[in-house]
Design a protein around this ligand. Structure first.
Ligand SMILES: NC(=O)c1ccc[n+]([C@@H]2O[C@H](COP(=O)([O-])OP(=O)(O)OC[C@H]3O[C@@H](n4cnc5c(N)ncnc54)[C@H](O)[C@@H]3O)[C@@H](O)[C@H]2O)c1
Length: 391
């Protein structure tokens, strides 16, 4: 049965929503609490109607598994504008009003970073599934609380980014597992541009280039090389003031960051990120150069393009020159996290994105900031199910 036939078969979809074999305990309980009935789509509430909602909402509307029922923003005009633009029936100015209003199954949290934790907590307390933009929270204590709360409430909780779901990530994980490159010893990830121009919070405490940009590389490298044991980091503020929307603001969060990670068994990697790199208008040829490089005892591997938008993988071994492969992105998109999760909930497909991994890379990033504050290397306690592929 192809995807279209599957969707047209309301009986199958209905059965799947309740009882799909192989569905995790939390997704099963989510499905049983879902208001979705056979043949219907998962109801979604979107909170945070700023910049990124303009990419997320069209993607969600293209999903056969989603119906967006509500839009919410503390700047209510933004929610009204998205509602009008995309035909969303309900608009709210506050998370409490949204959760008390039209029923939905999945809360999609696209708010600014300092609002992630309180909004995620409200959603989980209300027993709805939550997809959140990164990072899930701003401290280890908050992250642990959210994971425990999701478990207690029997609902699902998943944080961006989606990098581990790309075909290129899978190809790299399987190539590492095959032993073709020998033992991986070292790796590097980089992501930077000149900084967002539309909101102040990116440059203030609770924001910063590591949470906004480096997070993709930390998710990719921990996903490929395994849980991080120890971190050393340095962060800097290179540009002390910025002009945002015609206003001069003080920069209080990192805009130039270096992070070194120890994955155990001698494997080291590092991430560099910044809001002090050339702007997003880099020539296409430069953008296609590798942003993640892995070195093994018998070869190297290079992710072409950014890990949030990969365009291929280059592999070299002792006996073969550079070969570029895996150039098809398939259905992968950086902004399809909510659609991906809705599909997992509807069909029982196991999500490659997990709360445990999200909490782990949050702890790694917080350890980088702690290392900067204290001048020490910091141990990381959390872990997650690994390898993601090829185990
Ligand atoms: N913009 C992008 O290209 C992009 C890409 C990937 C990920 N992200 C992530 O998406 C999130 C949002 O980014 P953005 O660029 O859209 O930011 P933004 O500042 O443009 O939008 C955030 C919106 O959230 C609203 N908001 C804040 N707190 C709220 C609360 N408690 N309740 C309701 N609404 C609230 C704000 O009023 C604002 O409209 C961030 O975590 C960011 O890192 C953004």
């Amino acid at each position: 049965m192809n995807r279209r036939e599957f969707l047209q078969d309301a009986t199958v979809l209905g059965a799947t929503l309740g009882l799909a074999p192989g569905v995790s305990a939390s997704a099963r309980s989510v499905a049983s609490k879902s208001s979705a009935t056979p043949g219907t789509r998962l109801k979604v509430g979107v909170i945070g109607c700023g910049n990124v909602s303009g990419s997320y909402i069209p993607d969600m509307l293209s999903s056969p598994y989603i119906e967006i029922v509500s839009a919410c923003d503390i700047i209510v005009e933004r929610a009204q504008q998205r509602a009008q633009q995309f035909n969303i029936p309900n608009v709210y100015p506050h998370v409490d009003a949204m959760l008390a209003g039209a029923k939905f199954d999945l809360l999609v949290n696209l708010t600014s970073m300092p609002s992630h934790y309180p909004v995620n907590k409200k959603g989980l307390e209300a027993k709805v599934n939550v997809w959140t933009e990164k990072p899930m929270a701003l401290s280890v204590r908050q992250g642990k609380e959210l994971l425990a709360l999701a478990k207690k409430q029997g609902v699902g909780f998943w944080p961006a980014p989606t990098v581990v779901t790309s075909p290129q990530f899978r190809f790299m994980a399987e190539t590492i597992a095959s032993g073709k490159l020998g033992s991986i010893t070292a790796a590097h990830g980089t992501y930077g541009h000149s900084g967002p121009t539309w909101s102040e919070w990116f440059f203030q405490k609770g924001g910063g280039c590591l949470f906004d940009l480096g997070v993709y590389n930390v998710a990719t490298l921990s996903g490929l090389l395994g849980p991080v044991k120890e971190v050393v980091g340095m962060t800097r503020i290179v540009t002390p003031t910025r002009e945002i929307n015609g206003k001069t603001i003080q920069v209080t969060a990192d805009d130039n960051t270096m992070l070194i990670m120890d994955h155990g068994k001698g494997v080291l990697s590092h991430v560099q990120c910044g809001f002090v790199y050339p702007g997003d208008d880099l020539p296409a040829e430069i953008r296609k150069m590798s942003s993640v490089d892995l070195v093994g005892t018998k070869g190297t591997m290079h992710l072409l393009g950014y890990d949030w938008g990969p365009v291929g993988v280059g592999v070299t071994t002792e006996s073969t020159p550079l070969e570029v492969t895996c150039t098809d992105p398939g259905p992968y998109k950086w902004q399809y996290g909510a659609s991906y999760i809705a599909e997992c909930l509807a069909t029982g497909k196991k999500s490659l994105i997990t709360a445990e991994h999200g909490f782990h890379f949050l702890e790694v990033m917080l350890a980088c900031h702690e290392s900067q504050r204290t001048g020490r290397r910091i141990k990381v306690e959390s872990t997650f199910a690994w390898p993601i592929f090829g185990g």
